[in-house]
Write a protein that binds this ligand. Structure first.
Ligand code: BTN
Length: 273
């Protein structure tokens, strides 16, 4: 039986399990930190290498998208950020986002058998509740990405009852499968798949990303409410395009694509659509 205390995310253990990975050459491990993304960003600004991995057992100022906070209790979940320095333009930054979400969904399935879905732009959901979130931050110079930080928070062994206000919005693996999951096994699998998919992306063999994303997306064909750049609109989702943008048809039948924003699925569908 696995106990949470046996399951520290120690760099030595991750390195032993993935000796040749680009993500285990430079691991920065913290029992507690403000935010792994903030640390990785500062590291990247000072020249931190591609693949550098920042892991924490706990965050005191975990950051979510759109200025939100990411609740990060100690030793129960995964909080990690990776520095990427891909040789491509910022137009493809979103592909990286998509890769991480895919690696998460596939690793969760591989380790636990649970089939999760992706909610655009890059959340992992199970039965309408959020299990993981991804925060991407980047710096670009003349359209070329200098560095991209991808930070992931995945709820693993967290007892949701600890935060009643999140009960209807969030979930964790233990809540869904009823047993403790090894965070080390999960992290190792995520990193392994992430590297495999990233190498395909670098070789331009990335069509699988969009295909799988469309298969796994929980918003396709749904009526949604979209909040983006101070605007809120209702629309039906047609799909996700090659740049990771959400392709929508609004109430007047006009098609457009959105690259960032927040989506809420509406029930029931809008009349007349
Ligand atoms: C979201 O709002 O859905 C994104 C959440 C991202 C949380 C992770 S936890 C590790 C990394 N460090 C942070 O401060 N945030 C990301």
């Amino acid at each position: 039986m696995l106990h949470e205390s046996d399951d520290n995310l120690l760099p030595k253990i991750i390195q032993e399990r993935l000796p040749d990975s680009i993500f285990t050459r430079h691991i920065y491990y913290f029992p507690s930190i403000g935010s792994t993304n903030a640390y990785a960003k500062a590291l990247a600004k000072k020249g931190g290498a591609e693949g550098s991995l920042v892991i924490a057992e706990k965050q005191t100022e975990g950051k979510g998208r759109m200025g939100r906070k990411w609740y990060s209790p100690s030793h129960v979940n995964l909080y990690f950020s990776v520095i990427f320095r891909p040789p491509f333009s910022i137009d493809r930054v979103f592909s990286l986002n998509m890769l991480i979400a895919l690696a998460l969904v596939d690793a969760i399935y591989n380790i636990t058998g649970l089939k999760t879905l992706i909610k655009w732009p890059n959340d992992v959901y199970f039965t309408g509740k959020k299990m993981a979130g991804i925060l991407t931050e980047f710096s670009a110079n003349k359209k070329r990405a200098e560095y991209i930080i991808v930070g992931t928070g995945l709820n693993v062994n967290w007892d949701i009852k600890d935060k009643p206000e999140l009960q209807y919005l969030a979930t964790s693996l233990i809540k869904e499968i009823g047993r403790i999951v090894s965070r080390v096994d999960l992290l190792v699998k995520i990193l392994e798949l992430l590297e495999r998919y990233y190498r395909l992306l670098l070789r331009d063999q990335d069509s699988f990303i969009y295909k799988r994303w469309n298969e796994l997306s929980m918003v396709i064909g749904k009526e949604v409410l979209i909040d983006s750049s101070n605007e809120r609109k209702k629309a039906r989702v047609k799909g996700i395009d090659k740049n990771g943008a959400l392709v929508i048809k609004d109430e007047n039948g006009k098609e457009s694509s959105i690259i960032c924003g927040d989506v809420k699925v509406l029930f029931p569908p809008l009349p007349g659509n």
